[in-house]
Ligand binder design. Structure first.
Ligand code: ADE
Length: 251
């Protein structure tokens, strides 16, 4: 899979992409990330990428022309198919979730446009980008961190990037629930003990405990996820357990 990142700050990405699974994925040729400095697609002496907003208002706006030219140049080079997603990172986009990561992982090339300043000329969202994505309800200084989040979440889903032992299949959100608690040695640490059941060797019992703790944690921390589970995701046993957690009603 190949990402094209359009940014004013390509050097922000270097150390992040040189460590851990992303570095391994790049070495193994499972992943490549190409950076395109937006200023390289300007034609004035000052390499201008922003301008004042029409209608007034605070801050500066990223110009459309360098971004159009950058994407068109990448497409003309044959490194980005006309049908590949071109994603604008912006707080105004749809929210990035594991489901969106899975959707993006089915593409072989993706372009990510990192906005900066107060925003990006709307013609980029309307006529250049095929999608606008936000990584959450907060405003960052630009789309660079959002691009890194997307690259990491999508790359983990590519076959071979994460070893099968660490398979993403049980990750929080892949199942629609938060992950159950996990522990490693020692069994007792400063008087705090690992739940007995995990030391029992009873695989079926352990799986039931993990399921219950997953439900409990989701109920407590992210009840909104329970409302969004697909039909049939919860067994009768799960439903009964959740009812116990909600406590007696009408009493
Ligand atoms: N740029 C600034 N804030 C952002 C956010 N929350 N998501 C994506 N891009 C952004």
């Amino acid at each position: 899979m190949r990402f094209h990142v359009l940014t004013l700050f390509p050097e922000m990405f270097a150390s992040y992409l040189c460590e851990g699974i992303l570095a391994r994925a790049k070495e193994g040729k499972l992943l490549s990330v190409n950076f395109h400095d937006i200023r390289d697609y300007t034609h004035d002496r000052h390499r201008t990428v922003d301008d004042y907003p029409y209608g007034g208002g605070p801050g500066m706006v990223m110009k459309a022309a360098p971004l159009f030219e950058a994407v068109e140049t990448i497409r003309d080079s044959g490194e980005l198919a006309g049908s590949s997603p071109v994603i604008l990172l912006t707080p105004q986009g749809r929210t990035f979730t594991q489901v969106v990561a899975e959707e993006l992982a089915s593409h072989s090339e993706i372009a990510l446009i990192c906005g900066r300043y107060e925003g990006v000329d709307e013609r980029v969202a309307d006529h250049l980008a095929t999608d606008s994505i936000s990584i959450g309800d907060y405003v960052l200084g630009g789309g660079e961190l959002a691009a890194m989040v997307i690259i990491e979440a999508v790359s983990r889903l590519l076959p071979g990037v994460v070893g099968s032992a660490e398979s993403p299949a049980n990750d929080s959100f892949t199942t629609g629930l938060l992950q159950h608690p996990i522990y490693t040695r020692p069994a007792s640490f400063r008087g705090r003990n690992v739940p007995e059941i995990l030391l029992s060797g009873h695989h079926a019992e352990i799986a039931r405990w993990q399921r219950r703790e997953s439900l409990r944690r989701t109920f407590l921390n992210r009840p909104d996820l329970l409302d969004r589970l697909p039909d049939g995701a919860l067994s009768e046993y799960d439903i009964r357990f959740l009812e116990e957690l909600s406590g007696p009603r009408n009493s």
